[in-house]
Design a protein around this ligand. Structure first.
Ligand code: IPM
Ligand code: MG
Length: 389
């Protein structure tokens, strides 16, 4: 070993050993839970509601009231309980110096599913403690391995569902990289067999259930050969169990380009991607639908599930006093996904049709993100008034 670096290498190696141990233990744990929870067998389903930060409380409360109205009978009958969980705010997270304070995590774990507003993540060097993102922490703590993000633009023939792996890739140890010395920083990408199998299988099951005959995989396996290579290999293995479904592998760069290609993009239906590519590609995709403010996301695990907007807390909108004009469609779409996930697919369809009608057909009340358009609340009322149309 080059003596000059001995101490730095030894320190980094110790840190690396701990990360390896943590990831090996996680990979073992994934295997323990085999089946998804069956909501139809539950006497009561508890829906936790966390407002989050920035525009979060405003778009979440609109969605909460829409869901309360849609589920009013079930709430009365004691089959559904809404539970508001305070404390997932940036102030409280900083006060506890934790991405999710322990008591908040305990409250989350007492729920079945969670509706969560966007949460602010401090950035390195912004003067606040460099906390891990509450989203990322929650996905890991509740093992929400699948980030399912639908995007559709009916008049352009776009009808996509992204299955983004949600607990691995560049995010698995994203907050625990190593500054080996002043010159060298190293982060890690993690792919596990079980972790990849379960996201691929969920995507194929979705395709089969919905009579979709095509699933595309998106990686950069030509360069990130070990981890992306493994992801692609496992996707192909799972694909062999679904011979009726046509599959293709794409590299992230060309897929990013193809989503803009009006002739080709309507061919895509279901896409399976590692975490970071899924993060990036779904923001691009949402832009075609009207912006990230219009897209919802389901974070699904075998025991828990969490539903949220695909975007962040938009502190700039709050600073500029525009939070009351924030688009609630992202959270309302998350509400559709939540209803569907807990078995209320009729109600999910009712809300989805109302949203489609308001966003794509009627367009009488329009959100612009500023005082030229409707407020968040007005849009929520508009959607409610159009349920059943
Ligand atoms: C998302 C967000 C998060 C992510 C951020 C807020 C950590 O961009 O849900 O897509 O990167 O996953
Ligand atoms: Mg994102």
């Amino acid at each position: 070993m080059n003596e000059k670096f001995r101490e730095q290498i030894e320190n980094a190696t110790k840190h690396y050993a701990l990360l390896l141990e943590e990831q090996l233990e996680r990979a073992e744990k994934i295997k323990e839970i085999k089946d998804f929870v069956d909501y139809s067998k539950k006497d009561k389903i508890i829906i936790g509601v966390c407002g989050g930060d920035g525009i979060g409380p405003s778009i979440t409360s609109v969605t909460h009231s829409v869901l309360e109205k849609l589920l009013a009978d079930e709430v009365k009958a004691g089959k559904i309980e809404f539970r508001v969980i305070e404390g997932l705010t940036i102030e409280n997270r900083i006060a506890h110096n934790k991405a999710i304070p322990d008591d908040v995590l305990a409250e989350l774990k007492a729920c079945d599913v969670i509706l969560k507003g966007p949460t602010t993540t401090p950035q390195a060097g912004d003067g606040r403690p460099n906390l891990e993102s509450a989203n990322v922490a929650m996905r890991k703590a509740l093992d929400l391995f699948a980030n399912v993000r639908p995007v559709k633009v009916p008049d352009q023939g776009i009808d996509w569902v992204f299955f983004r792996e949600n607990t691995e890739g560049g995010y698995a140890v994203g907050s625990k990289g190593i500054h080996v010395n002043d010159d060298l920083a190293i982060d890690f990408v993690v792919t596990t067999t079980e972790g990849t199998e379960r996201i691929a299988r969920l995507a194929f099951e979705y395709a089969r259930k919905n009579n979709i005959d095509r699933v595309d995989f998106v990686t950069k396996a030509n360069v990130i050969k070990t981890t992306d290579g493994k992801f692609l290999k496992i996707c192909n293995e799972v694909a062999s169990e679904y011979p009726e479904i046509h599959t293709e592998g794409w590299y992230i760069d060309i897929m990013t380009a193809k989503l803009v290609d009006e002739k080709r993009r309507r061919d895509f239906r279901v896409m399976v991607l590692p975490n970071l590519y899924g993060d990036i590609l779904t923001d691009e995709a949402a832009e075609f639908q009207g912006g990230v403010g219009t897209a919802g996301s389901a974070n699904i695990g075998k025991r828990y599930a969490m539903f949220e907007a695909i975007h962040g807390s938009a502190p700039r909108m709050v600073q500029e006093g525009r939070d009351i004009y924030a688009d609630p469609c992202s959270m309302l779409r998350a509400g559709v996904l939540l209803l569907d996930h807990i078995g209320y697919s009729e109600k999910a369809k009712m809300l989805e049709s109302a949203l489609d009608y308001c966003m794509f057909t009627d367009k009488k009340v329009v959100i612009t993100g500023r005082d030229t358009g409707a407020t968040t609340k007005e849009f929520g009322e508009y959607v409610l008034a159009n349920i059943g149309k």
